[in-house]
Design a protein around this ligand. Structure first.
Ligand code: 5AD
Ligand code: SF4
Length: 473
């Protein structure tokens, strides 16, 4: 498919909708669920909507258009969507707000069937592979006054040059690859996002250069398997053009590290099995790459990891951590852990606690296993009772919190480089920023510092944030 032509076609639809909306002040509300990739997709949807003349509102009840960008990684997002749709029914009847639902959940037939049956007032359903076509779907919904269902089950294409309205003017996300080929047995992502495909190096570098010119200081590179960037292309012999020496994830980090104006580079989410030596070397040599690395563990037990199809053992994970710690000075780690995967025994769960004790993560994102229709995990017979899952979750949480408390102590009395992000949500007289290791720091300071990296003394720790003080000259 000619993606450039497709994007051009959508630009024409943007103009058409803008014409229909001329003279009206229309508002949109967007609810984004899930990961940073979805947030980045939402920034693109917001970009399109604002070009079509819609203004964003935080009040869904007043919105002329209610948009949902959904996630289906865990069950709680479904409850949230259906709850909100229930609330919107009356608003739809009274005010006729347009309701559009997109994203990962729309790639699941049992969900779209349920929406069509129980919430027939929804106007537009679109999937992960048709996000770029939202202007056309909206135009057709407005003109034809007919429900639009625009969902396809393919591996997706990459559409460059879509409008974008970013959430921040200091930190920006840049999606570098999409999809996943790993098929971890608990995970729905490969089924709803399709196979791995990477953006052209040139497109990424140009986007980051533009962001640098616009004053952005921090870039987060995104991908479901961010460190296997260009791997599939190389394996399958799919053509891509080398640009600024970029032909892998490691060389991409190096090229972005050279871009003036960008001061911090982060990336999520890598897979431990693709954490090759060249990536470790690039992280240690690139001064702008933050030394907090997210390294999803999922389970600390080799049997469970095998059942999860993670392709590494407990020992291999721990060895990788040791190697990284040896080669990357000041390395800190964060991780994802699932408790209650089918068949996980008490002893196997203890292995997860053991790895957490050994690695001493900076941050742990903990999840209770959630059965996902269509995944191998859902068909496994040895599902764990909810009660045990919750008990294990609480034990892991207690361990993680005690470690975070202990770890926080280490910051007190040190000087940290903090990227100042804005005023604190809870106290407008205070500023907030983040350390290289992504810890929130609250401190008193001048608004002019927003967007700068400054040195701060860490004076106290408070579980989820640190308090800082400016260093007096
Ligand atoms: N149940 C619970 N957690 C899950 N994750 C992915 N799929 C599931 C599931 N079915 C978690 C993994 C992943 C993170 C984004 O979400 O830990 O790394
Ligand atoms: Fe899901 Fe595993 Fe792919 Fe991550 S690597 S998106 S957990 S299948």
């Amino acid at each position: 498919m000619d993606t450039i032509k497709e994007v051009k076609k959508q630009e024409d639809y943007i103009e058409k909708v803008k014409k229909i909306n001329q003279g009206k002040t229309l508002q949109y509300h967007i609810l984004t669920m899930g990961c940073q990739l979805n947030e980045n997709d939402s920034e693109k949807l917001c970009g399109m909507l604002e070009k079509m003349g819609y203004v964003r509102t935080d009040n869904f009840q007043n919105a002329d258009l209610n948009l949902f960008n959904t996630c289906c990684v865990r069950e709680n997002a479904e409850d949230k969507l259906f709850g909100k749709l229930g609330e919107l029914k009356r608003i739809k009847e009274e005010k006729g707000t347009i309701i559009a639902i997109g994203g990962c959940m729309m790639q699941e037939k049992h969900i779209t069937d349920k929406i069509k049956e129980s919430y027939p007032f929804v106007d537009i359903l679109f999937g992960t592979h048709t996000l770029y076509r939202f202007p056309e779907d909206l135009y057709k919904a407005l003109i034809e006054k007919k429900k639009q269902e625009d969902i396809i089950d393919i591996d997706g294409e990459i559409y460059e040059g879509l409008p974008i309205k970013r959430e921040s003017n200091i930190k920006a996300s840049v999606t570098i690859m999409n999809g996943c080929n790993n098929f971890c047995t608990y995970c729905i992502v490969p089924y709803v996002r399709g196979r791995e495909r990477s953006r052209e190096p040139k497109e990424i570098i140009k986007e980051v250069e533009t962001l640098a010119k616009q004053g952005y200081k921090e870039i987060t590179l995104l991908g479901q398997n961010v460190n296997s960037y260009l791997r599939v292309e190389k394996e399958k012999g799919k053509p891509f053009e080398e640009y600024e020496g970029v032909h892998s994830f490691a060389t991409l980090l190096k090229a972005i590290n050279k871009i003036d104006g960008i001061e911090r580079i982060r990336f999520v989410s890598p897979h431990p099995k693709d954490f090759t030596d060249d990536v470790i070397e690039a992280i240690s040599h690139c001064d702008k790459v933050c030394k907090l690395i997210h390294l999803p563990l999922q389970s600390g037990n080799t049997n469970v990891l095998k059942a999860m199809n993670r392709k590494y053992t407990k020992e291999q994970y721990l060895n990788l951590v040791e190697k990284m710690k040896a080669k990357i000075p000041n390395l800190t780690l964060s991780t994802d852990i699932i408790v209650g995967f089918p068949g996980e025994t008490e002893e196997e769960f203890e292995d997860t606690l053991d790895v957490v004790r050994k690695v001493k993560f900076e941050q742990v994102y903990m999840f209770i296993y959630s059965r996902r229709v269509g995944t191998p995990g859902d068909k496994m017979e040895n599902q764990i009772p909810e009660e045990i899952k919750h008990k294990h979750f609480d034990r892991l949480k207690a361990l993680v919190e005690s470690q975070i408390e202990e770890n926080n102590q280490k910051y007190v009395g040190t000087v940290q480089k903090v990227l100042v992000e804005g005023t604190s949500k809870n106290n407008e007289h205070m500023l907030t920023g983040r350390t290289d290791s992504n810890k929130v720091v609250i401190f008193e300071g001048k608004k002019e510092w927003i967007g700068e990296i400054i040195d701060l003394n860490m004076i106290s720790e408070h579980m989820w944030y640190l308090k800082g003080n400016i260093i007096e000259e």
